[in-house]
Design a protein around this ligand. Sequence first.
Ligand code: KPL
Length: 311
Amino acid sequence: MADKPTIHILGSGALGSLWATKLSRNNNVILLIKGSKLSTSNKTHQFQFIDQEQSTTLTFPCEPSVSSSESNPPIDILLVFTKSYDTLSAIQQLKNRISPSTRIVLFQNGMGSQQAIAQLLPQTSLYAASTTEGANRPDPQTVIYAGEGETWFGAISTAHSLDEPKKILSLLSSSGLKVFHTQNIWQKLWFKLAVNCAINPFTALLNCKNGELIGQPLFDTHITPLCHELSHAMKLNNIEASPAELQSIVEDVIKRTANNVSSMLQDVRATKQTEIEYINGYIESIAQQNNQYFPVNFSLLEKVKRLREDA
Ligand code: KPL
């Protein structure tokens, strides 16, 4: 037990719980939980993990997600699964436990939160990850592994040593999940962002599964002009992807995830805040910085924001 690496996980929603479960086979995993949920008598968090209809009860040790450096030592490895809009404040609250030797892997959807953390922690070795692993959390005590995917990660700040990415690869791979290292994680994040921009808002507006998008007039008439706008935004960030290539990637993801309720639609149905500001909102910020107008993206952004106001 003592010589196993210790990994802290911030954000124990569906994906955080999936990684906690898988990593706990070979590592000491500690969940960072909000103080209000962490009474002195209850320093553990328990949930049912369901994988191919097999249910296992898991219990994890917890520590408070608001740092008190006196009682808790610096964190060695931190995996962050918070929603993109919560990430900056969540990391700020943990700042006393982040030392220059802490290594952080950010798993946020969309874009914008990664840059905010890089600004907050210029001395820290930061990585971002893009994953297609699927998990749902129908209630706080149940996590369902919905579908195997793959995870790419790469440095978004200068790594502390040349072999550090190798160590992180081996650590993440000790989960048994498929993990790959890339020298250019921004490229992966941009393609994932484009896919999310082109699927998530439509599913939220049409209240349908990913596979039900094709054939709906709102989607069919806007997907091609939207892919032109996304391709343009990517080019402004030195990422080459033709509109036709993007559209074919989007259609492929729709087929592969036909049965998924997108993360944005899940949030809308649960009347939670969506990540729209970090998805289509990020594209709108690129448009504004470059004096461009991306009307389809803008209209999707505004319509999804209105869904919440109207709820
Ligand atoms: O990442 C996704 C999401 O739901 O956020 C997609 C790719 C759309 C799969 O559902």
